[in-house]
Design a protein around this ligand. Sequence first.
Ligand code: ADP
Ligand code: ZN
Ligand code: ZN
Length: 721
Amino acid sequence: MPTVVRVALPVPLPTLFDYLPPTEGELQAGSRVRVPFGRGSKVGIVVDPSATSSVAEGRLKPVTEVLDPAPLLDGELMQTLAWAADYWLAAPGEAYANALPLALREPRPWPDTREEYWQLTTAGRSALDAGSRRGASQLLLQLLADGPQRADTLAERLPAWRAAARRLAPAGLIERHTAAAVAMPVGAPLPLSVEQQQAVAAIAAERGRFQPFLLDGVTGSGKTEVYLALIEQALAEGKQSLLLVPEIGLAPQTLRRLRDRLGVAVEVLHSNLAEGERARAWLRARSGEARVIVGTRSAVFTPLPHAGLIVIDEEHDAAYKQQEGFRYHARDLALVRARALGVPIVLGSATPSLESLANVAAGRYRALALRARPAAAHAPQVQIVDVRSQHLDHGLSPALQAAVRDTVARGEQVLVFRNRRGYAPVLLCHACGWHADCPRCERPLTLHAGQRQLRCHHCDYRSKVPAACPACGAGALWPQGQGTERLEEALVALFPEVPVLRIDRETTRRRDAFEHLLDGLRTDAPAILVGTQMLAKGHDLPNLTLVAIVGVDEGLHSIDFRAGERLAQLVVQVAGRAGRAAKPGRVLLQTHHPDHPLLRSLLAHGYGAAARALLAEREQVALPPFSHQILLRADAHERAAVDAFLAAAAAALPADHALQLAGPMPAPMALRAGRHRGQLLLEASSRAQLHAVARPWQRRLGQLPTARRVRWSLDVDPIDL
Ligand code: ADP
Ligand code: ZN
Ligand code: ZN
């Protein structure tokens, strides 16, 4: 049997590929190679440089080219990735590909990883003084007026800097340097509160060992200060720290704080970054030069040869779960890495996931609490506004309007939270009851009045607003319900003297637009903000003292077993926006269900008690985290193809499987973007038992004749069913 090189290739197949060793070059696991594949070639990762193949030598082709002089992925990452592909039932090649920045998945040499600085030339100084340039070019000259600047600092201050540099450099006005890190000023740390000190001490005592911590602290309780103190300690020992955040929208504020405080370069890894920059940051982490790395989900794959600490901020956030391709969970993967690397890992949240709370209860994580808010007067007070049989003006109750009026009269700011974009969720004919549905999803279309459009929030189908009812021809089409756009209109009418700002995906398509809007609010002037989930997180607005939450009742009736947990998290996170600074905050929650047990327990006893009650319910009915799930999803243009595949899939399970099955059945959204969707849920109390059945089953699924007529996938620990 021939000795072969076993390679992971980025194709959605649950297998590795064998090649003959190259004629030239030494091979090690973790290196990239170019290999022939089909009619072309692909870049793969060597998983095993000398395996034994059962394929006849004559049928194997040799590796075309060895791309890396040394392994790109080290032993720890290779092992973790193999484990991850196996656990999440992924195509191994896709798991390895996810770990590499896009630029490194191409057969190109590594980019230059030296730090990049820019500075003015003498001609540039004259041009600046003469004011001869306009726009971004002039701004870039101004940014460089005080001396050389690092590329990442420029990117943060002036998103368009790269294009400006491309104009100014050939004109001889600015020049690029690479240099060893220049020392940056180090900010003084805040004196930590007693609780913060205790948390830092407890975590620091586990330096150099694997130990998970849940840092449970309300928003504004100073979790970030705790991370900073721990990162400082790791730096002092020459160790690397990895900080994951759920969304890059959260990162600019955090980044500024880290850079100001730590006096070292902070590398950023997220998907909005130019590919070259991302590869550079990744390689700098791999070489150990980068000591502090901040990133979103995929940054969990950053190489950490000198690991000291891993932090997952907002650990409850669903953004950590990848929902397509390689469906991994970055928090869970980070725990596996922390164990392999032998470092403490801190999961921070004001609203911990039920999974993490269960892990605390089981003794697997140690809990640390921050109860006080050091910089704020008080935790905000949450009140229920019972709107049953009240007159609502565009969805706003009289009590809520009065509270808004009082707040802006004091010169303070209000956030009206509604988790729905657009003008109205439904457009209804008053004459015949017809309503506008998405033809591809059979769900109501949302009216976007500003654009005169009807839009599907599930598939982005768009159509013009009909002038008359298409069913009966009558003219009376009424918008039903409130989206943020309609709330904005209502609030402008009610409070014409106060600026009303809508902050959602539509008004803030560009990241700098969002930052700009927020910067305008860090003042003492009154304002009313209307926003969606985007505003629920992280942003510090010192003059925001009232949060009004409307339209959360839908979450109380959802069939998704996680809806209660999500609603509690959302309410607490949104409420946390109020009273972040010295002024006390107030939160109003408008509902038709003032006696709902979840709302009652949340308001009377806080998130911790509500979460405990939710956990007890899950335990009673054996739902995760007290059981484990794998979801088989399938979709196709024809319903029959989905049904046939799922029936065959259920029949392909071993007769004695001893799992609980739900389905085959239609997905909660049975039709989406014109494709029929169905699912089959596998459940077991033991993870090992579930995987033991699922692994061979997965191979059989790929061979089913009916599999060719559908798109299908397996999701281990799915978070939306
Ligand atoms: P979290 O990450 O829990 O939301 P932060 O660390 O962002 O909390 O802290 C919230 C606010 O409190 C910030 O403005 C921060 O500067 C301030 N803060 C945190 N710790 C202290 C402290 N020990 N003394 C004074 N202010 C603090
Ligand atoms: Zn009609
Ligand atoms: Zn649709």
